[in-house]
Design a protein around this ligand. Structure first.
Ligand code: NDP
Ligand code: AKG
Ligand code: MG
Length: 419
């Protein structure tokens, strides 16, 4: 740890995960930092950590164990560190130093106040790929007729686009300056109400696009997937979202040997993987009507945010939607659910912990602890098939036994141990 350490208590046992020659080196007792999260975060974390520990214990019988290191962000951080300390430096340092971590959701106010701590952490650690697999667990209630057809992995660009937070509030001198620059120096005439407009800037770079698309295509290659779709709104935002598509296609040709399919623009890799593109609004209707045609998705930050929740709903909702923020070059990874803090359920022990449990499952798999990860999938799968579920699934599932967050975790652990 750095010498700024104030509240983080590093476990006396355990070692760091490191990256050597592009490969993650995971000791038997890795120290893993976690943030509990705001709102329902504590309920979810309490349940999830028990499932993760039980899976590791059941898989490796005490030879491996995670040494958890609590770090603080959000409301708990303000309690521990004091006013204004939403994301202390030692939290960022811990995620940086220990390489792999996990976090619960953190609150972001609407229309003012602090900017997102979740986004800040991704940017600080340069976790450029937000990876969100969308898979169906048999028996989960879904609005689709054939939810089993949905099997996609979203690669959402995680460091730029309008999430860069470059915005100027209407009526401020900064907004006036941007307006004057656009109108007087750039010859812009199409700002409909210039005096009362706010302005936002959308940076999209070739580097940012290429590293994200590279990760998506590599994932498709490594996992035998059939296609990668570049999802964009490039007909309207030609130089940002349109460029994302063009840079993506160029990279596929240059680095993966893709060639044009029937005169382009779609491409085909030597191993048969198709690289295609689709405009975002069309994509959102196609994933409902023809989900089998989509597989790995590479998209920009805002599109990826919307698409994540829309796709999660198809397989039962954001209560079962995991994710990871990854820098594939440095190995840094912070695992987190797709959902937010769901504050109305905070402290009630009713919320579905599956998204964080499955984010933990992704983390174990990323660490190479596949036996423990597999046990979690089996435990969760069986629990759902026994119709022992939290309120969100119970309300649409006939004959369900509705249980609390903690009881749901108990049942997963029981099923895992009997697996
Ligand atoms: N990465 C992060 O930390 C994220 C943080 N946020 C932040 O969270 C706060 C709340 O955001 P909001 O837009 O309400 O979105 P939320 O994802 O927190 O909740 C929206 C709704 O989704 C359902 N839901 C969410 N989580 C679960 C779960 N674990 N199990 C079952 N159902 C769930 C609930 O639906 P129902 O009411 O039908 O039961 C809930 O009311 C905001 O401050 C936002 O900025 C948002 C997204 C990500
Ligand atoms: O940071 C936030 O509050 C919201 C982020 C979000 O919705 C997401 O990353 O999916
Ligand atoms: Mg979101």
């Amino acid at each position: 740890m750095t010498n700024t350490q104030q509240h983080v208590k590093v476990p006396t046992q355990g070692e760091k995960i490191t990256m050597q020659e592009g490969k993650l080196q995971v000791p038997a007792h890795p120290i893993i930092p976690f943030v509990e999260g705001d709102g329902t975060g504590p309920d979810i974390w309490r349940a999830s950590v028990r499932v993760l520990d039980a899976a590791v214990e059941a898989a490796y019988g005490g030879e491996r164990r995670i040494e958890w290191l609590e770090v603080y962000a959000g409301e708990k951080s303000v309690q521990v560190y004091g006013e204004g300390e939403w994301l202390p430096q030692e939290t960022v340092d811990a995620f940086d130093e220990y390489l792999v971590g996990i976090k619960g959701p953190l609150t972001t106010p609407v229309g003012g106040g602090i900017r997102s701590i979740n986004v800040a952490l991704r940017q600080e650690l340069d976790l450029y790929a937000c990876v969100r697999p969308v898979q169906y667990f048999e028996g989960v209630p879904s609005p689709l007729k054939r939810p089993g057809d949905v099997n996609m992995v979203i690669f959402r660009e995680n460091t730029e686009d309008i999430y860069a937070g470059i915005e100027y509030r209407a009526g401020t001198p900064e907004a006036a300056k941007v307006r004057d620059f656009l109108m007087n120096e750039m010859g812009v005439t199409k700002i409909r109400f210039p005096e009362t407009s706010a302005f936002g800037v959308k940076p999209v770079s070739r580097e940012g696009t290429e590293r994200l698309v590279r990760a998506a295509i590599q994932y498709a290659v490594d996992n035998g997937r059939k296609n990668v779709s570049l999802v964009h709104k490039g007909n309207i935002m030609k130089f940002t979202e349109g460029a994302f598509r063009d840079w993506g296609y160029e990279l596929a040709k240059r680095e993966f040997g893709a060639v044009e399919l029937d005169g382009g623009p779609w491409l085909k890799l030597p191993n048969g993987i198709v690289i295609k593109d689709v405009i975002a609004d069309n994509f959102l209707q196609q994933i409902l009507l023809r989900p089998t045609e989509y597989d790995v998705i590479a998209t920009l930050n805002l599109n990826g945010d919307y698409i994540s929740d829309a796709l999660a709903a198809e397989v039962g909702g954001i209560g079962i939607a995991p994710g990871a923020n990854i820098n594939y070059v440095t190995g840094h990874a912070v695992f987190e659910a797709t959902h937010g803090t769901a504050p109305k359920y905070a402290g009630k022990d009713v919320i579905n912990p599956s998204s964080v449990i499955l984010s933990g499952e992704m983390m174990l798999r990323y660490m190479g602890w596949t036996e423990a990860a597999d046990l979690i999938l089996r435990g969760l799968d069986q629990t759902i098939q026994q119709k022992v579920v939290t309120y969100d699934f119970a309300r649409n599932m006939e004959g369900a036994t509705e249980v609390k967050t903690s009881q749901f975790a108990d049942k997963i652990i029981e099923n895992m141990r009997n697996a």
